[in-house]
Design a protein around this ligand. Structure first.
Ligand code: GSH
Length: 202
């Protein structure tokens, strides 16, 4: 298993997942600061030139959540995904897609309009809209996490890795406020895991 890796990227959540599985892997560094992700060799692995991507038995795969779900299914003995067709499996999909679409997208908008875009292209309105949406989404999670250790209840799953990856990004750009104690405790619980520490370079 080869993981194309850059520390300041979503490749960290995939490394976290691989560490949870305890399987052997190789890190293939891609220096995004030097533009290596847009070089022809890497574009053969990920046609958009984004991270992360893996090569597993020679087969390339990209999209962080897809990689994480695929790996959970590939190693069923690790019990990181509920059985296909169960209600729990439905919830597992629900929270993974909620994280990737409802939560990550407004977080990206905030990061773009406060950090990454040139000043002239930044929009205060876009930040305000995304911030409002983030709070709505975070409130759903705050309520859901009351009385739960993990997103599916008391059992850790690959959905927590996806949620944890997105919440880690939210924390970095200061979008988990002090009035969300359940969410903060949930993220801390996740980040204390040795595999997560490895993913995030701790
Ligand atoms: N939805 C994708 C997003 C991938 C993505 O945008 N990755 C960033 C780094 S975290 C990137 O490579 N950006 C450069 C680009 O897209 O050109 C995933 O979750 O894997």
């Amino acid at each position: 298993m080869k993981l194309y890796f850059f520390q300041q990227s979503r490749a960290t959540r995939v490394r976290w997942m691989i560490e949870e599985l305890g399987i052997p892997y190789e890190l293939a560094p891609v220096d995004m600061m030097k533009g290596e992700h847009k070089q022809p060799t890497y574009l053969k692995v990920h046609p958009l030139g984004a991270l992360p991507a893996i090569e597993d038995d020679g087969a390339p795969l990209f999209e962080s959540a897809a990689i994480i779900m695929h790996l959970a299914d590939k190693y069923p003995e690790k019990n990181l995904a509920p059985p296909v067709g169960t209600n729990e499996r439905g919830e597992y999909y629900q929270w993974i897609l909620f994280a990737m679409t409802e939560m990550e997208q407004p977080l990206i908008a905030i990061a773009q309009h406060t950090l990454f875009l040139p000043e002239a292209m930044r929009s205060g309105d876009a930040v305000a809209r995304a911030h409002k949406r983030c709070r709505e989404v975070a409130s759903v999670l705050e309520k859901h996490m009351t009385g739960r250790n993990f997103i599916l209840g008391n059992t850790f799953s690959a959905a927590d890795v996806v949620l944890g990856g997105v919440l880690h990004f939210a924390k970095r750009i200061e979008q988990i406020s002090d009035d969300m104690p359940m969410l903060r405790a949930y993220l801390n619980r996740l980040l204390e895991r040795p595999a997560a520490k490895k993913g995030y370079g701790g």
